[in-house]
Design a protein around this ligand. Structure first.
Ligand SMILES: NC(=O)c1ccc[n+]([C@@H]2O[C@H](COP(=O)([O-])OP(=O)(O)OC[C@H]3O[C@@H](n4cnc5c(N)ncnc54)[C@H](OP(=O)(O)O)[C@@H]3O)[C@@H](O)[C@H]2O)c1
Length: 207
């Protein structure tokens, strides 16, 4: 698959490297793509660094959203014509101390963070995954054959569910389906499965 990584830091950088290693074509991007050249080089032949415009224009199969939460408003507005019907994997979390008032409002609202992303990127098919795992564990504990860590995920339709599950499994994690985006409360910061590095069996028991 062709994957556009929007936000190439701790989460996007590591995921992009893993997906490139697994044979996917990866486009790393951020507001400063010139700073992503080393990352793209480390990720190998399947990866390159491009501008945000180029990443959206590349018509990728899947986009990973791995920016600070506060970037959602701007990105969803500026690229409104670009992500229609695309699968958007949301790995973000609202942190008021980093993201300001809008993150606090989302935390205080009666909708889950993923529902906020889906509302903003309203023509995309938003799924939720990789927001609950520590970046270090994402980096160090991928590509395991045994004792795999479980990644909870949520989706709204069958195809985006299958694709998200595949992209979790392709890099050596176990995927655990939580349900629709309305069910992702347990994945939000400080909730039941947030920050839990556990096996599939353990995660299923928690849920
Ligand atoms: N770190 C963790 O352990 C962890 C775990 C799970 C989930 N998360 C969540 O994942 C998201 C990313 O976290 P992170 O730790 O990977 O952050 P990070 O290391 O700071 O990386 C953020 C990336 O987003 C880019 N970015 C920032 N604003 C942008 C914008 N307006 N448009 C496009 N790109 C933008 C940054 O590059 P430029 O500034 O150059 O644009 C950078 O490449 C956050 O929402 C975080 O809560 C983090």
């Amino acid at each position: 698959m062709k994957i556009g990584v929007i936000g190439s830091g701790n989460i996007g950088g590591n995921l992009g490297k893993h997906w490139a290693k697994a044979g996917h074509e990866v486009l790393f991007t951020s507001r400063h793509p010139e700073q992503l050249k080393d990352l793209a080089r480390d990720a190998g032949n399947n990866a390159k660094a491009v501008s945000l415009d180029e990443a959206w224009e590349a018509n990728a199969d899947v986009y990973l959203l791995a920016t600070p939460f506060k970037a959602i408003d701007e990105l969803s507005e500026v690229y409104a014509g670009e992500y229609g019907n695309k699968i958007l994997i949301d790995a973000t979390n609202p942190y008021p101390e980093r993201d300001g008032e809008m993150a606090q409002e989302v935390r205080d609202s009666n909708r889950n963070a993923s529902e906020y992303t889906a509302m903003k990127f309203n023509t995309a098919r938003t799924t939720k995954a990789f927001n609950t795992i520590y970046a270090d564990h994402l980096k160090e504990r991928a590509f395991r054959d045994t004792d795999k860590l479980a990644i909870p995920f949520a989706a709204q339709d069958e195809e985006s569910k299958q694709v998200t599950q595949q992209l979790i499994e392709d890099i050596g994690f176990d995927a655990v389906y939580v349900g629709a985006l309305t069910e992702t409360g347990s994945m939000d910061p400080d909730q039941k499965v947030y920050g839990k590095s556990v096996t599939k069996k353990e995660l299923e028991a928690m849920l």
